[in-house]
Design a protein around this ligand. Sequence first.
Ligand SMILES: Nc1ncnc2[nH]cnc12
Ligand SMILES: [Zn+2]
Length: 332
Amino acid sequence: MTAHLLKAEIHCHIEGAAPPELSLRQAEKYGVDASSFIRDGGYVWKDFAEFIQAYDKVAALFRTQEDYALLTESYLTELAAINTIYSEIIVSPDHGGRIGLGADAYLAGITDGILAAKEKTGIETRIIVTGERHFGPERVIAAAEYAARSHNPLVTGFNMAGEERMGRVADYARAFDIARDAGLGLTIHAGEVCGAFSVADALDLVRPSRIGHGVRAIEDEALVARLAETGVVLEVCPGSNIALSVYPDFESHPLRRLKEAGVRVCISSDDPPFFHTSLQREYEIAGGVFGFSDTEINAMTRTALEAAFVDEETRARLVARLNAHAYGDASA
Ligand SMILES: Nc1ncnc2[nH]cnc12
Ligand SMILES: [Zn+2]
């Protein structure tokens, strides 16, 4: 049982957190026929490419600042209810742009939701702006420029998500240069659909402090050693990896092997309702399926906080809270 543990999540896409019931209500509100991607109360897709298409269609059901505020506040309230003290939400200004809302109102809605959830529950949240790889290098660079000039203090990181098989990391490296120069934390989806070469490219060309997924680094022993030596953190989402058939089952998933090789790992839910999961379930899987003890799970939560894109004062407060809860450390 992990219900009592404090939790942190540093990899969850905002539209990917939309419950199908909420998306259906949105579809009705806007007169959209969602039957091709929502059926029997669940999202419908059969492989990674279809998942990405379904994701973009769900994103198109959220069309106003209020829609995004509601989605964000609902998700964070749910996270807080399972003892989550810190969350990073991955957001794509292009999704705001594509439905005519515009990036500013999109971000404003998400920010409203974060502030409302914080007021209600105390949950601390930051925003990671992402470029979507399948929208092409120009859009990813535009997303980085948008993040770099954002005056929103909650925007603290930059990511690239989407179709990993499109192009090579080199095509997108300029976006990360822009984000790095702006002082944003860097993370990138790699080693999920593509193999170890994609993680190596990301390390060489992006120099991120974290990698989204990164699990397929396990295919290259020297690369695993490099991750362990450099301390780059893998944001591992086991339920997502199984749902997307990156691995056939949890037994063959490399989370434990990566951890035992000294790689810094933590756990997140990615797009929970798309993968019939939740952060609570991911923690349960860590304990019940991977066999991690509470101490080991707390260490992964601490890794998430150590790698979080927050100011040092906030980090120290969050880590002290975790320590106090995990060890009853009264001085924390
Ligand atoms: N698991 C995933 N991989 C790549 N892009 C995504 N966008 C949302 N979820 C994603
Ligand atoms: Zn992701």
